[in-house]
Write a protein of this length. Structure first.
Length: 368
């Protein structure tokens, strides 16, 4: 199938692209590189042995979105393009509303105009807020505790309303819990800009020597050791679910909403200990005040995804930590943010080549 992957150069998007390409799909990656790197494109080519078609686009700009649909028809669209950090959303709520919600509206409008009827949406367990009980099922109350979660809930509602108004439109809302880890090759992984808002990349940067110590937000939560508990999920397991969801939308011709997690809660300190084992490095940490928008514990009941998609998480916490450490230890500066001048040169070259690919090779694919 021909698939448009919005945000395909980002952390989760790039790993999904690897799985989709390995399953034989032809991909057009769209990204604006706000929180990603053009170097991902070349590394995806190395991983998959297939061409990576790319078109630079910002979903906030309607003309950019419309331009994505001027080429061959897409059998499906996968939507990863969103700002995604809880803490950052509390500091910059308007930026999250503008980027995530307006971008989604533009994408849905363009899909409707082009007759593209299959969407896989990167949603989040933050739509459950502070749940009444765990594990969390898909029929749990939806109530958010931070602006990021609110944007994801509104995005789901926009997609749901479109499905209601257009009986032929199908969507898969995939509610992620906490993706971590990296591709086993070590070529792609999580490389957040600035200070990481998520636990695993922060721990990784402490282990590799980029940061002095980890800040643990709260040591008095009502959990097994006083630190927050989350459902950490290997990004490669998560990536598989997107390919499975596309198969479901096409094969079953039905929409769905499912949780993606392991079904097991892991505390911050448990993850720190597992990462220390995997890396052989001490992870200094300090307990600090709770962070705005956080909750005590959230983990999934993933049984519906197994029943509908035949999907379940296969990789355990040790594998998550090993793969995250392989990525970080072989890429201590991520995709090279320290070498600013060289990165700029490489980015310009990649963008030029990618633009030519998008205009010529992608068009040739359609003609063929």
């Amino acid at each position: 199938m021909r698939i448009l992957v919005c945000g395909g150069a980002g952390y989760i998007g790039s790993h999904a692209c690897a799985v989709l390409a390995e399953r034989g799909h032809d991909l057009l990656v769209a990204d604006n590189f706000i929180n990603s790197s053009p170097r991902v494109l070349g590394r995806l080519r190395r991983i998959t042995g297939r061409p990576v078609f790319f078109q630079q686009a910002d979903l906030r700009v309607r003309a950019d979105v419309d331009a994505l649909f001027e080429g061959p028809h897409f059998d499906a669209v996968v939507h990863f393009a969103a700002l995604k950090a809880v803490g950052d959303s509390c500091r910059r709520p308007l930026a999250y509303f503008e980027n995530n919600i307006s971008g989604t509206i533009h994408l849905l409008q363009a899909m409707q105009a082009a007759g593209a009827k299959r969407l896989v949406f990167s949603s989040s367990a933050t739509v459950y807020g502070d749940p009444d009980s765990v594990p969390v099922r898909e029929d749990a109350a939806l109530r958010t505790t931070n602006p990021y979660g609110r944007t994801k809930l509104v995005m789901e509602q926009l997609i749901g309303d479109l499905c209601e108004s257009d009986p032929s439109f199908r969507a898969a809302n995939l509610r992620y819990f906490n993706p971590v880890g990296a591709h086993p090759s070590g070529l792609i992984g999580e490389d957040p800009g600035g200070v990481p808002d998520n636990l695993m990349p922060y721990v990784s940067q402490v282990a590799v020597g980029r940061r002095a110590r980890l800040q643990v937000f709260g040591g008095d939560w009502p959990t097994v050791d006083g630190t927050g508990v989350r459902d950490y999920l290997h990004v490669m397991d998560l990536a598989r679910a997107h390919a499975d969801a596309i198969d479901y939308l096409v094969g079953e011709d039905r929409s769905l909403t499912v949780n993606l997690g392991t079904g097991r809660g892991v505390s911050v300190l448990e993850l720190v200990q597992a990462f220390a084992r995997a890396s052989g490095c001490a992870i200094p940490y300090e307990i600090v005040a709770r962070r705005a928008g956080d909750v005590a514990q959230v983990y999934a009941d993933p049984s519906l995804a197994q029943r509908l998609l035949g999907w379940r998480a296969e990789l355990d916490l040790d594998a998550m930590c090993r793969d995250a450490w392989r990525w970080q230890s072989t890429n201590p500066d991520g995709y090279g943010k320290a070498a600013v001048e060289q990165a700029a040169v490489e980015q310009a070259a990649v963008e030029q080549a990618a633009g030519e690919t998008a205009l010529h090779e992608w068009a040739a694919l359609a003609a063929g």
